[in-house]
Write a new protein. Structure first.
Length: 689
């Protein structure tokens, strides 16, 4: 941090930490940050880490750039960072005074890496080493994402030369570059993403790699490492490494037989070396080594992400042998995970399992879930319909207009009676505090998923902020229970539901979620109202959209398509209504935006305004939604006309992106002209999830 000099002759200025706090409020205003960065060296040093905190993620998440453009931009950014990494040490470098740990990167093996970073001939020359070491601000990112694809963009001939053993040279260059980034101010790295093989490069010497290590560059230098992301190979390769670099018993007395031994060795040694201690005035932990006196504080390394596929090795083999973690992320582990209850739960705050597809062996025992008293986030398949029923407080009201099925399910939770000595374990579980879950993602069939989602909203109504539910496969129409929210959920800000069960979601329940900022409702396949009459109600009537009768339910089950409830959500910033079953038309757009419909003679011939709408004299005014919505997605809708879309985008004063189907390509120019440069119009044939 560059200190601001103050003398009695000059006016007092804000200290750097105050300036940092002020700049954080300008995070969403990059143009202002750019202007401020040119005012002084102090502001430049403070703004650059904020402005470019995660550049690769900004590229990857951009909505309008193509995949080819993203790869090229990533490659150019890597090229620029590599060129700037040889700059003199910045005054912000905390290791500048330590001759054993320099800010210069490990020299890449010439000419392999240098040739790759030259890029195509039409690219501009690389700049001279800059006075500010930009790479210093990115080293906490760990491994550069998509680095191999970036190499292919930089040198297109690599793809053609793959058959001529060039792949080995590229793999060697990739490892060399990643380790060079690791060697660049390693004491500042907070996130490290490597393969098991690359972790071995830190733990052991490997002369055949040709890597020239400096003194002080190794596991001992990673004193601020908080998060480790490990990629596990599908095949366990044997290793002949013998020379230990570390100081632990693992590193000095044992010889690993496969690469899968390295993550356990790395974590155990790091947790033994570095423990947490009080934070400084910037909020950064002041770490220290283990002295062996008194109870040990938690280790600095508290977050573990495991990715990959291996049928002979499971993550629990690693997690059960290390100290408890705060975050365990197995969302990118593509094989079954047996014995999840072996994961230590004493400090566990976040547990994520793979939701991309149904893995039958991913079982999270409810007894284990009850013991996770600090758990705040959970991603998992639904275990049964009563996944969260044990956490419900039956003394709290769930409203007046509740379905009989919901009441029966809730009454199924019976308060615990006086236990017998044989039920001592159940007693201890009942005395544990309810986990303060605030982020929940569930995956499963509708008969288990819908009750679990409702129970989660009921049990954690005071804490829950994000809720996602993804349906597994399809069921018969009569098997879908209706999802309702009839009680207040004040802190819910993110709701993402995907599947056919969304067709029966009662939109009127959203009035109990005033804090919603993101609403994604995706009906994944077309589902229509039943074509038969029941009682005195014609369910073929679109105004009385319903479903078959279920045991104990009302004779007619209305879907509650009241879009005015969405229009009253004053904090909603992102709204996605995916699927053709929503039947979005001009009238619904009017309800959401609150505008009068003006016809256009040049509108699409098949998308016209009805005569009733033309003669309507109803007075409209912008809705609360119109003043805050930034993203609107109806990619499968085909009924709204251009005459309704144009006033819609103009009424939504803060709308930045609207996602439509490819059939609206003809209206793209009109929408952009009506809203101005603030609006990006996406025309896609399938939703982006």
């Amino acid at each position: 941090m560059v200190a601001i000099a103050t003398t009695p002759k000059t006016a007092p200025t804000l200290p750097p930490e105050c300036i940092e706090m002020i700049l954080q409020y300008l995070w969403d205003d990059p143009s202002t940050l750019h202007q401020l960065s040119l005012c002084s060296r102090t502001l430049f040093s403070l703004i650059i880490p904020i402005l470019y905190k995660s550049p690769f993620r900004l590229i990857a998440d951009h909505r309008t750039w193509s995949e080819t453009s993203k790869n090229q931009r990533t490659a150019r950014l890597i090229r620029l960072l590599f060129a700037c990494s040889v700059a003199p040490a910045s005054s912000l470098d905390g290791d500048r005074a330590d001759p054993a740990v320099s800010s210069f990167p490990v020299a890449a093996s010439p000419p392999t890496v240098e040739d790759l970073f030259k890029g195509p001939a039409n690219w501009p020359e690389l700049p001279s080493p800059l006075t500010t070491d930009y790479l210093f601000h990115y080293t906490h990112q760990g491994q550069i994402p998509k680095i191999f694809r970036a190499f292919q963009v930089l040198s297109p001939s690599l793809e053609r030369m793959r058959k001529d053993r060039v792949g080995l040279a590229v793999a060697h260059a990739t490892t060399t570059l990643i380790l060079a980034l690791f060697g660049h101010s390693p004491s500042r790295i907070q996130t490290l993403s490597m393969t098991a093989h690359q972790l071995g490069c830190i733990l052991f010497d490997e002369p055949e790699q040709g890597i020239s290590w400096r003194k002080g560059v190794g596991l001992e230098s990673l004193r601020m490492l908080k998060r480790l992301e490990v990629d596990i190979p599908a095949i366990s390769a044997p290793t002949t490494w013998r020379n230990a670099r570390g100081r632990s018993e693992w590193a000095s007395d044992q010889s690993p037989t496969t690469e899968l031994s390295f993550p356990l060795m790395f974590i155990q040694e790091h947790q033994g070396l570095f423990r947490q201690s009080p934070v400084d005035h910037f909020g950064n932990p002041i770490t220290t080594t283990n002295s062996g006196n008194g109870p040990l504080p938690p280790p600095v390394l508290q977050e573990l992400v495991i990715r990959g596929t291996n049928r002979e090795w499971t993550p629990t083999q690693l997690l059960s042998k290390i100290e408890p973690m705060e975050l365990v992320d197995l969302s990118a582990w593509n094989v079954d995970v047996p014995a999840l209850d072996q994961i230590p739960q004493q400090r566990l705050r976040s547990l994520r399992t793979n939701l991309a597809r149904r893995l039958d062996s991913v079982k999270v025992p409810l007894e284990y879930l009850k013991r996770c008293s600090q758990l705040e986030e959970i991603w998992m398949p639904t275990q049964e319909a009563s996944t969260f029923r044990w956490a419900i407080d039956l003394n709290r009201s769930i409203g007046e207009y509740v379905s009989e099925a919901r009441l029966r399910r809730r009454r199924g939770q019976v308060p615990p009676q006086s236990p017998t000595p044989a039920e001592s374990e159940d007693v201890s579980l009942a005395l544990l505090p309810i986990p303060p879950l605030s982020m929940i993602q569930l995956y499963g069939g509708p008969r288990d998923l819908v009750p679990s989602l409702e129970d989660a909203l009921d049990a954690f109504r005071d804490n829950i902020e994000e809720l996602s539910g993804f349906e597994d496969g399809y069921s018969r129409r009569e098997e879908y229970p209706r999802m309702q929210i009839t009680w207040s959920v004040p802190n819910l800000s993110y709701l993402d539901l995907r599947g056919r069960f969304v067709f029966f979601f009662d939109l009127r329940g959203l009035r109990h979620c005033p804090g919603l900022r993101t609403l994604k409702l995706h009906i994944e396949s077309y589902i229509a109202a039943p074509h038969r009459r029941r009682g005195n109600v014609d369910v073929n009537d679109d105004s009385q959209d319903g479903q078959d009768v279920q045991d104990g339910e009302d004779p007619v089950w209305m879907t509650g398509r009241d879009y005015s409830v969405i229009a009253d959500l004053s904090r909603l910033e992102e709204l996605q209504l995916r699927g053709t079953s929503w039947n979005i038309d001009n009238e619904i757009l009017q309800t959401l935006g609150g505008f009068s419909l003006v016809t256009a003679d040049h509108d699409h011939p098949n998308l016209v305004v009805s005569e009733l709408e033309e003669r309507s004299e109803k007075v409209y005014k912008p809705t609360p939604l119109a003043s805050n919505l930034k993203y609107f997605g109806i990619a499968e809708a085909h009924k709204p006309s251009r005459a309704a879309l144009v006033p819609f985008v103009t009424t939504m004063s803060r709308l930045k992106v609207i996602s439509l189907g490819t059939t609206y390509s003809y209206a793209k120019e009109s929408l952009q002209e009506a809203a101005g440069p603030r609006l990006v119009v996406e025309c896609t044939s399938s939703p982006a999830y």
